[in-house]
Design a protein around this ligand. Structure first.
Ligand SMILES: *Cc1c(COP(=O)(O)O)cnc(C)c1O
Length: 378
């Protein structure tokens, strides 16, 4: 249940027009505390892309969070929210050299790399900075896997970090991301084993790495229950001890979804309930929000949100659920139809829960003339 009383009150008293996201800062605060409590020895770098609303960044900056940024614009947002440049990591492995230079000029001194080519850019544009090398993971068990786009194989990470050292950078550590919405507690184990092997290889060449960036991946509850932050903390510290023994490195975590996902609810409206033929037994339900209005993570039906209506006590039947735009890709759930009340009617309000992460940032500017998703942070 992610529709908090504060969100419910806001929607019923303010009656915001059109589809909108409402984020409850109290939940973000609770999530931050839960991470800090579950992983007290790791520095928290909030992944800004999950939801960069200034109120969220300000709250987190005030609570002592650091920030994982993917662009200069995100770095500027984190700084505007009160973070010092020392609390910012430029965690994208794909950066223009002039953006590296701008970040360095802003005082950022920690950069992600996963190739020799990227190391050369950082060495030229941010001389002497700290770098960490991202290694690939298999993404097994993640509902939103990050595939092979980021990272390199561990053996290459060794060469990349040696090269960084030769070019005058500080080879600082290793990073990985197990895949987003990771529901398997043991997913960090293999990646930490890889990280340790990179540490050992570098040590043989006289380079002492200091840090492991354990990325994000911490889930939000959608339809299925997910383990608590506490359970992740125990599994991860167990794996750290197993691979690093008594000499633990500095560690970083970069929660995005797990920090803000369950803090937000999208209020939307039923625009049409119809059938494609008289004897069709599956209704089509069209909402005023779809893939281009913020629900991009329904791509391949990867993320299945919890959707509430005021008629949830009535009998339910599966429906095809679709968005309002004229693009045929704008269908949310069809392969696996979504149960909705049989009494559902045009004009009904629906609440799409667990939508605090990866929604506003994914919504198009004006595809088909629909406004970008509005956001209220309360
Ligand atoms: C997106 C991203 C994150 C956040 O991932 P979640 O699964 O949302 O926690 C963390 N680190 C990096 C480098 C990312 O790109």
């Amino acid at each position: 249940m992610t529709t908090t009383a504060r969100i419910r009150d806001f929607i019923t008293t303010q009656r915001p027009e059109g589809p909108c996201l409402v984020v409850d800062l109290d939940v973000v605060q609770d999530n931050f505390k839960a991470f800090r409590h579950a992983m007290p020895d790791s520095a928290i770098y909030y992944a800004v892309k999950a939801n960069p609303a200034p109120e969220i960044l300000k709250l987190l900056a005030g609570m002592g969070s650091n920030f994982d940024c993917a662009s200069v614009a995100e770095i500027e947002m984190a700084l505007a929210a009160g973070a010092t440049p020392a609390r910012v990591s430029y965690g994208n492995t794909i950066k223009k050299e002039r953006d590296v230079a701008r970040a360095f000029a802003l005082g950022v001194c920690l950069f992600a790399v996963d190739s020799h080519e990227e190391v050369e850019k950082v060495a030229r544009a941010a001389p002497g900075a700290r770098v960490f090398c991202r290694v690939l993971t298999d993404g097994e068990g993640a509902e939103w896997p990050l595939s092979r786009k980021f990272g390199c194989v561990p053996q290459m990470a060794v060469d990349v970090l040696v090269y960084a050292h030769q070019l005058g950078l500080v080879s600082y550590g290793v990073s990985f991301h197990v895949g987003s919405q990771m529901t398997k507690l043991d997913a960090w184990d293999a990646a930490l084993g890889d990280a340790k092997r990179v540490f050992v290889s570098l040590a043989k060449q006289g380079i002492e790495l200091k840090m492991v960036n354990m990325g994000g991946g911490f889930p939000t509850k959608y339809l299925k229950d997910v383990p608590t932050a506490e359970a992740y903390g125990q599994a991860i510290y167990g794996a750290l001890r197993k691979h690093f023994g008594n000499k633990l490195p500095e560690t970083i975590i970069e929660p995005g979804r797990g920090m803000v996902g369950n803090a937000g609810v999208i209020k939307a409206e039923v625009v049409l309930v119809s059938k494609k033929s008289d004897n069709d037994d599956v209704r089509w339900v069209f909402l005023d929000i779809g893939k281009f209005g913020g629900l991009a993570e329904t791509m391949d039906e990867a993320i299945r949100y919890s959707i509430r209506t005021e008629r949830d006590g009535d009998a339910m039947e599966p429906c095809v659920l679709a968005g309002p735009t004229c693009d045929s890709a704008d269908v949310l759930y069809e392969k696996k139809p979504y149960p909705m009340p049989v009494t559902l009617t045009i004009g009904d309000e629906v609440l799409i829960e667990g939508t605090g992460a990866y929604t506003t940032t994914y919504s198009a500017v004006a595809f088909n003339g629909f406004e970008p998703l509005k956001s209220y942070v309360i």
